[in-house]
Design a protein around this ligand. Structure first.
Ligand SMILES: [Zn+2]
Length: 143
């Protein structure tokens, strides 16, 4: 088997959905073509053109439905990819107790001495490195 197996189940489901969507799309396009053919008189059905209207309606419905599903699944996939919590670094001054939180930078480690404190000019220490996990809140916010 080839390809990335990182997000196995979700990508499998979405590719299955995509297949169904494309089949629906193809079928509805065929329905539209048939409808056009009947209306233009390519198929001689006499004066009865109600069948073409049914085909036309089915075609439009199919196209709009599959487009809708396609947009929805794309949105869901991009949502899944976003969930990468940022790594934060907490910096503390042991003298005056000032606390700062900033993005993790390469080379950060706990108890590393970094730039001097803005207040007392004493050296500040990294006291914590953690991942900021707010998945549920984030999802709600993005929706
Ligand atoms: Zn300080």
């Amino acid at each position: 088997m080839s390809g990335d197996s990182g997000s196995t189940t979700t990508s499998k489901i979405s590719s299955y959905v995509l297949l169904i969507v494309f089949i629906t799309l193809a079928l509805s396009l065929v329905a539209l073509i048939f409808a056009a053919a009947i209306v233009s008189g390519y198929f001689n059905l006499g004066n009865d053109v109600t069948g073409s209207y049914v085909l036309l309606a089915l075609g439009v419905l199919g196209v709009s439905l599959s487009t809708y599903v396609l947009v929805q699944t794309r949105r869901r996939i991009s949502k899944l990819k976003i969930v990468v919590p940022p790594v934060m670094t907490t910096i503390e001054c042991r003298k005056c107790g000032i606390k700062n939180v900033r993005d993790f930078q390469r080379g950060d480690y706990i108890f590393k001495e970094i730039e001097p404190c803005q207040k007392c000019n004493d050296k500040m220490l990294i006291t914590a490195i953690y991942k900021e996990v707010k998945e549920k809140e984030k999802e709600r916010f993005q929706f």
